[in-house]
Ligand binder design. Structure first.
Ligand code: SF4
Length: 236
């Protein structure tokens, strides 16, 4: 594995820790065994997919994963815009067709075992960002503070940016399929994009500034991500 890929994986894991500390401020109703949000609509970067795959290999479950992926239909519910493409469209005040988000696929996630995530330690950010202050039921959808949603989008953008030199972004199944098979299925993936800017309300700027500062502290060498943070919001 290249030093750069290794560094990115470690950086990403440290970002997961920063987020996990940040989110503790909310009294989330989410509990072990509650898996309403564990569907095949989760998106992620290929970097996150590599981390999941590393874990599956260590567990000796690669054959199982291949069999599960062989049953999947590539590109089934993929969105047509990455998070950063969506942000760019919003910043340019362009209309975004609702089809751009793909159709929500409620098929249970392949990693769910008796309503518990079997890859919990390495689940992608898309899964980590799920959260609700009320218990979700068939009649009640998740509720989240606006700043929680904003931070989720900012972190998703940053994670996509981290992978934007040669990585991809798509649905979890398509990313894993491409990693365990061949380049043939990359047609269903989108190139991860750099951050074009953040979609912030004025009252959210300070909170995001503090968060970016914490991310910046994770490594002295953050490559283009460090430049982005330093230039977007100089750390004083
Ligand atoms: S990876 Fe885990 S947390 Fe994410 S959707 Fe699948 S079972 Fe749920």
């Amino acid at each position: 594995m290249s030093a750069d890929l290794c560094h990115k994986k470690e950086l990403l894991k440290s970002f997961y820790c920063v987020y996990s500390d940040w989110v503790k401020r909310f009294p989330l109703a989410c509990r072990k065994g509650c898996a309403a949000c564990c569907t095949q609509s989760v998106t992620m970067t290929s970097l996150e997919g590599e981390i999941v795959l590393d874990f599956i290999k260590v567990q000796g479950r690669e054959k199982w994963l291949r069999a599960e992926l062989a049953e999947s239909i590539p590109g089934k519910s993929r969105p047509l815009l990455t998070t950063n493409q969506f942000a760019e469209a919003c910043l340019n005040q362009l209309d975004v067709d609702s089809n751009a988000f793909g159709c929500w696929d409620f098929t249970p996630c392949i990693f769910l075992e008796e309503n518990i995530c079997s890859i919990y330690e390495v689940r992608p950010f898309g899964c980590r960002s799920f959260g609700s202050v009320v218990r979700c039921t068939e009649d009640r959808t998740a509720e989240m503070a606006p700043i929680h949603l904003t931070v989720n989008i900012v972190l998703s953008q940053i994670i996509e940016h981290l992978n934007s030199d040669n990585g991809y972004w798509s649905g979890m199944m398509d990313i894993l399929y491409s990693l365990v098979n061949s380049d043939l299925v990359k047609v269903y993936l989108m190139q991860a994009r750099p951050v074009p800017g953040f979609l912030l309300e004025p009252q959210e700027v300070r909170e995001i500034h503090v968060l970016l500062k914490k991310l910046r502290e994770q490594s002295s060498d953050m490559g283009s991500l460090g430049d982005l943070i330093d230039n977007f919001m100089p750390i004083l």
